[in-house]
Design a protein around this ligand. Structure first.
Ligand SMILES: [Cu+2]
Length: 219
């Protein structure tokens, strides 16, 4: 077993060249921005129970709880496409997840998992689209081929909103609803960390990544 591991390590070194890489983990401790009161004019709300997500907590509906963290730098490795298509479902009258991050060129699927119609559209510059209205069990896909932030809505339910961040850097992460995030396998070097949160000013911070794991707290 030991020998096998050594052989494997040697092979990986041979193939990968400089394999030194470190993980950046951390937490964003910012309060969500105050939201202007939304006039709910949808006709379906009374039919549904209080919104809960898969782990039973409420407020997956609030994009303001999630941060997006990404790194820019001089020599970034290429973006790798995810093995499975990322999804942004319409469920319990919310987009889930409410904030999604992908690399440029990624296809995102928008399945409707509610027993009534939804619509998905965006007016955002990097990717304008309108998927029309479709019922439970149907999905539609969009390719995001330009970097930027895309705000997503449903024209039937005005309270539904979400964000898709499209990146040219391979180093990005969406936090959980407590602000925790993790960006694995970063090559050593100089980077700028960027932090986005809905309706709050972007934070930037310079960091030097070595081969040691790093942890950041962002206020
Ligand atoms: Cu809807």
């Amino acid at each position: 077993m030991k020998l096998h591991n050594l052989t494997l390590t040697f092979l990986l070194l041979l193939i990968g060249g400089n394999l030194a890489a470190a993980d950046l983990t951390g937490v964003v401790n910012r309060k969500p921005a105050e939201q202007a009161a939304t006039k709910t004019v949808d006709r379906y709300r009374e039919r549904t129970a209080a919104p809960t997500n898969d782990n039973g907590s409420t407020c997956a509906c609030n994009p303001g709880l999630y941060s997006v963290v990404w790194l820019t730098g001089d020599s970034l490795p290429p973006i790798t496409q995810p093995k499975t298509t990322p999804t942004m479902a319409q469920k319990d009258m919310m987009f889930q997840p409410a904030v999604l991050s992908v690399g440029v060129g990624t296809t995102v699927s928008f399945p409707n998992r509610d027993p009534f119609f939804h619509n998905v559209f965006s007016y955002s510059k990097p990717r304008k689209f309108d998927l029309g209205r479709y019922p439970e069990g149907e999905t539609a896909e969009v390719v995001f081929d330009k970097a930027g932030v895309i705000k997503v809505f449903c024209e039937i339910h005005y309270s539904m909103r979400a964000y898709i961040h499209v990146f040219e850097t391979p180093y990005f992460a969406t936090s959980d609803d407590k602000g925790s995030f993790s960006i694995p396998n970063i090559r050593p070097g100089q980077y700028v960390v960027h932090v986005w949160q809905e309706n709050l000013p972007e934070i930037t911070r310079e960091i030097t990544v070595t081969d040691q794991p790093m942890r950041m707290e962002i206020e």
